[in-house]
Ligand binder design. Structure first.
Ligand SMILES: [Zn+2]
Ligand SMILES: [Zn+2]
Ligand SMILES: [Zn+2]
Length: 152
């Protein structure tokens, strides 16, 4: 485990504690897997990596439950357009989490969590409100080709 992941895990533990939850060994392992692996993973891929890492078999259903906990605590995001999961890039940040926004590369499937200007987000919300549209997920998932793939 790299040092950076170590720091993020410690922050995550602290974060769960202040919210009254506990980052158990299993939940921690799932988070580690996601921190170590970009592109984002499906529950089955996570279960497979979990097996490789710990030697334990874990049903996809349990992976789902642990991901649910991690998402509730703002440590993991789900991409609805690809049905895959990734660790939040802002776990060790002090600032409040904004509306999650992702740049998804359709070539290598890597994902960048970005921060758009808050004025841009509120402008977007305003125009959505104007259409009397009820938003179920404010998350933005933008598909394209990343810099690395453009250069290839
Ligand atoms: Zn995030
Ligand atoms: Zn941040
Ligand atoms: Zn790419």
């Amino acid at each position: 485990m790299t040092n950076k992941i170590d720091i993020v895990i410690r922050q995550a533990e602290h974060h769960c504690q202040t919210r009254g939850g506990r980052l158990t060994q299993k939940r921690r392992l799932i988070l580690e897997i996601l921190l170590e692996n970009n592109p984002p993973k499906s529950t089955y891929e996570i279960a497979e990596l979990y097996h490789q890492k710990s030697g334990d078999n874990i049903p996809a259903m349990s992976v789902y439950r642990m991901l649910d906990f991690l998402m509730e605590n703002g440590l993991v995001h789900k991409l609805s357009s690809t049905n895959k999961f990734l660790a939040c890039s802002h776990i060790s940040c002090d600032h409040a989490h904004q509306t999650p926004q992702f740049l998804i590369c359709d070539s290598c499937h890597s994902v960048n969590e970005i921060g758009l200007d808050t004025t841009l987000i509120s402008a977007l919300e305003k125009s959505i409100d104007a259409k009397h549209f009820q938003l179920s997920s404010p998350q933005l998932e933008l598909h394209g080709v990343c810099e690395g793939c453009q250069n290839n």
